[in-house]
Ligand binder design. Structure first.
Ligand code: 1OR
Length: 308
């Protein structure tokens, strides 16, 4: 279909980031800095990427009643709130489709410059889906906008995303996440590099990060009363995932063995701000399973018979 074609053509388009640059004053940089402080998307970027992002942000002034985003549209920009109040509204699909969405629909959330994640419009850019909601200014205000191309290029390190998702889906404690949640986890992970001999996690120390290996080899070593347990870890192996659930001491160390080891990593706080608390997701999943199995027991054949 035409829309898909337009989308993939644009993705392949080479673009020159210089075309987007508009210089910022120190005062403006400070304001942007303040606005992105709480956003996980910006937490692990390098100083040079940060400078680049600052220089390409566009200042957008809005009046009360302006529609910043219209539900159902294609996404072109990501927005960070500098000041003002912005309502998130969701309309019935019918009205979105036949163009009678005049009031935006049900109010589901309000962004203020003070709220903890004052940015929006990332979903359509990350997943190439239509805008999931409308955003309407409820006061005069100002936003910082990032063009879709820059957002994807600088904030989303998508290389190896498929492999990463494949690995995440194999991990026991993540089995209850749905595909969208797995995608979100993959997208919030950042790349870290270690040199030969470097300790990535240390037995006995409390850590809150989880790792998936992208390149290189590591030694996994568990010191036991009776000698050591050793294992070599390779590309796509993972470790430290229990840190996503609870704070506890690591039961083994992992040490970089090749000259350069690249891992994707995420800490518990970022994980939770992305998909929520893993404990709660697991508990909810179990509750739903129990409900289903108790609905089935005593009424008709057992689950095993139904599957055949
Ligand atoms: P987008 O690119 O889809 C609309 O454009 C934006 O509204 C969206 O990205 C999010 O950044 C933001 N559901 C969907 N989108 C939301 C929601 C939301 N809240 C903010 N946005 N909610 C679910 C309602 C059933 C509200 C959650 C509090």
């Amino acid at each position: 279909n035409a829309m898909m074609k337009a989308r993939s053509a644009r993705e392949d388009d080479p673009f020159d980031i210089q075309d987007y640059i508009s210089p910022k004053t120190e005062h403006e940089k400070a304001r942007i800095s303040e606005a992105i402080k709480a956003s996980f998307l910006f937490q692990h970027i390098t100083p040079s990427a940060r400078e680049l992002l600052f220089s390409v942000m566009e200042k957008v002034r809005v009046k009360e009643g302006d529609w910043v985003i219209r539900q159902g549209d294609e996404g072109d920009r990501f927005y960070i709130v500098d000041n003002g109040k912005f309502e998130v509204r969701i309309q019935d699909e019918e009205k979105v489709k036949n163009g009678t969405n005049v009031d935006g629909g049900r109010l589901v959330h309000t962004y203020n410059s003070g709220s903890s994640h004052p940015s929006f419009g990332e979903l359509a850019l990350m997943y190439s889906t239509p805008r999931a909601a409308s955003i309407i200014a409820a006061s005069p205000g100002q936003l910082w906008a990032l063009h879709r191309n820059v957002f994807r290029k600088v904030l989303m390190k998508r290389s190896g995303r498929k492999e990463l998702m494949h690995t995440l889906r194999k991990i026991d404690i993540l089995k209850c996440l749905n595909v969208q949640q797995i995608q979100q986890v993959a997208d919030c992970m950042t790349e870290v590099t270690f040199v030969k001999g470097e300790t990535i996690i240390k037995q006995g120390e409390v850590g809150d990060s989880f790792y998936v290996m992208k390149t290189g080899n590591c030694q996994k070593v568990a010191k036991k009363m009776m000698g050591n347990n050793k294992l070599t870890l390779h590309e796509n192996d993972y470790f430290g995932e229990s840190a996503l659930l609870i704070s506890e001491s690591r039961t083994f160390s992992v040490i970089a063995e090749s000259d350069e080891v690249k891992c994707s990593t995420v800490d518990r706080a970022t994980f939770e701000s992305t998909v929520g608390k893993l404990n709660a997701i697991i508990a909810e999943d179990k509750r739903r399973r129990d409900e289903r199995s108790s609905a089935l027991s005593g009424a008709g054949p057992p689950l095993s018979a139904l599957k055949k």
